[in-house]
Design a protein around this ligand. Structure first.
Ligand SMILES: Cc1cc2nc3c(=O)[nH]c(=O)nc-3n(C[C@H](O)[C@H](O)[C@H](O)COP(=O)(O)OP(=O)(O)OC[C@H]3O[C@@H](n4cnc5c(N)ncnc54)[C@H](O)[C@@H]3O)c2cc1C
Length: 432
């Protein structure tokens, strides 16, 4: 039997925007343990290119709502969508207060860009590295907090579940392979997406849906594990590893998709799942394993100023975007399903919360509207923090003593967890 070596008020698994935002919004007298499976800067939040949505003015509310619902095939939870949109201006204020810089015009007003599925520009951005700008600033703030302990290469392999709910987790220190228990009044699962379970994905390979498997193991309700978004345009490559994303905002700014004869074959600004379907159909028709993206209509100035990272990556791969189209192919990108949570990030187990890509609050429905996910992750993490603060001190129980035998064989554990997630996704797909 293990013994509890660590006691905190809050255990947070994940250092993407969701985990960081929760930590920042908890009161300074709550002791927090923050876990990162890899190093703290290796999260998908760092990779976000396009930007983050914001309600520009009340006049845009209905249009933003409708765009989100239409992209989600009207399977979205309307209350969740309204909440996200209404909360967006104050969340952006929080980010600006945290030092995040967004593109601005000569008068100092925000500049907005547009992506597929949006009927007007409402996306804030920082060049083509918006995620890095936001997440690095939040991470720096968290690292300066005396009440937060950050442990890198430390993986949540299970939660501690007692008769009255969650009371912490089992952690594996991934360098030495040491296992230990952490007792906490509240636990937040913020472990990101599932791209590591797919051969071709834009996600970091270590994001393997761990929290989903843990939830399934304990009977915590999950939903729509089969709702996986494929991004239409990732750079086509035969190399191993993560696929490089070519942001939708490049198409929002005028880039066009071409078939093998150099002809346009679809409306590039339709929602992602529809553009992906059109590309796949075109590849089948042409007998090719990619199509082409021509960024020249965007114009040299915008490409250089707004998309420097994309231009540089294509150049490294041997393509000059100012002179020629680049090969692109759809790849796994985002996960709309997840651990079912309410409007405050509560899961079906007392004192267990989830936020970010691993959670399903219903905002995205069957398909996410571009640039809604950073926003949604931040808002639900902040709301979860508010509930933890309001309900702190009520739990008087003790964490159960658990055997670590089932976690000793790490490779077998990971295989078991991956299989659980895949099987549940397949089962849900059959029901749909
Ligand atoms: C290439 C790319 C571009 C994107 N562009 C945009 C965009 O422009 N706008 C937008 O809104 N969204 C975008 N997204 C989606 C968005 O980045 C993610 O949905 C969002 O960042 C998810 O944040 P998160 O905090 O839930 O997870 P992540 O940022 O993925 O962080 C997950 C964290 O959990 C940790 N972790 C995983 N498993 C465990 C475990 N078992 N124990 C402990 N820690 C664990 C990881 O180490 C990591 O720290 C993009 C995604 C990608 C991949």
């Amino acid at each position: 039997m293990s013994k509890i070596e660590n006691t905190y008020d809050v255990l947070i698994a994940g250092t993407g925007v969701a985990g960081l935002c929760c930590a920042l919004n908890l009161p300074r007298d709550m002791r927090i343990l923050l876990l990162s499976k890899s190093t703290a800067d290796r999260s998908d939040s760092f990779l976000a290119q396009g930007g983050i949505c914001m309600l520009r003015d009340e006049g845009d509310f209905e249009s933003y709502f409708e765009d989100t619902m239409r992209a989600g095939h009207y399977e979205n939870d309307e209350a969740a969508v309204r909440l996200m949109i209404q909360s967006s201006p104050s969340m952006i204020e929080d980010l600006v207060r945290a030092g995040v810089e967004f593109a601005r015009d000569e008068r100092g007003e925000f500049r907005f860009t547009r992506e597929g599925g949006h009927s007007r520009p409402r996306i804030l951005y920082h060049d083509d590295v918006t995620g890095k700008e936001i997440t690095s600033k939040l991470l720096a703030r968290v690292q300066a907090l005396p009440n937060v302990e950050l442990r890198e290469n430390s993986e949540l392999v299970d939660i501690l579940a007692g008769p009255d709910g969650c009371c912490g987790g089992v952690v594996r220190e991934n360098v030495a392979g040491k296992l230990y228990d952490v007792c906490a009044e509240f636990t937040l699962l913020a472990t990101g997406g599932v791209g590591g379970l797919y051969e071709h994905s834009t996600n970091y390979r270590h994001l393997t849906g761990d929290a989903l498997a843990i939830a399934l193991k304990h009977g915590v309700p999950v939903e729509h594990l089969d709702y996986v978004q494929i991004h239409p345009t990732t750079f086509y490559s035969q190399k191993q590893g993560r696929r490089f994303l070519i942001s939708e905002s490049v198409r929002g700014e005028g880039a066009v998709l071409l078939d093998k004869h150099g002809k346009r074959f679809c409306n590039e600004l339709l929602p992602r799942d529809i553009v992906t379907g059109e590309i796949r159909a075109q590849m089948r028709k042409d007998g090719t394993d990619h199509v082409w993206l021509d960024m020249r209509p965007v114009g040299e100035e915008t490409l250089r100023v707004h998309f420097p990272t994309i231009c540089a990556h294509c150049r490294e791969e041997g393509y000059d975007v100012l002179r020629q189209p680049v090969p692109v192919v759809p790849a796994q990108h985002y996960f709309m399903g997840g651990i079912r949570v309410d409007l405050d990030g509560r899961t079906g187990m007392p004192r267990l919360f989830a936020a970010g890509e691993t959670a399903c609050n219903g905002v995205h429905g069957k398909n996410r509207l571009a640039s809604n996910s950073l926003l949604e992750s931040l808002i639900w993490a902040k709301r979860a923090a508010a509930i933890m603060q309001a309900e702190r001190g009520r739990w008087r129980g003790a964490a159960p003593q658990v055997s670590h035998a089932e976690y000793e064989n790490y490779a077998a554990l990971k295989e078991k967890y991956a299989t659980m997630v895949r099987e549940e996704a397949e089962r849900e797909e059959c029901i749909d």
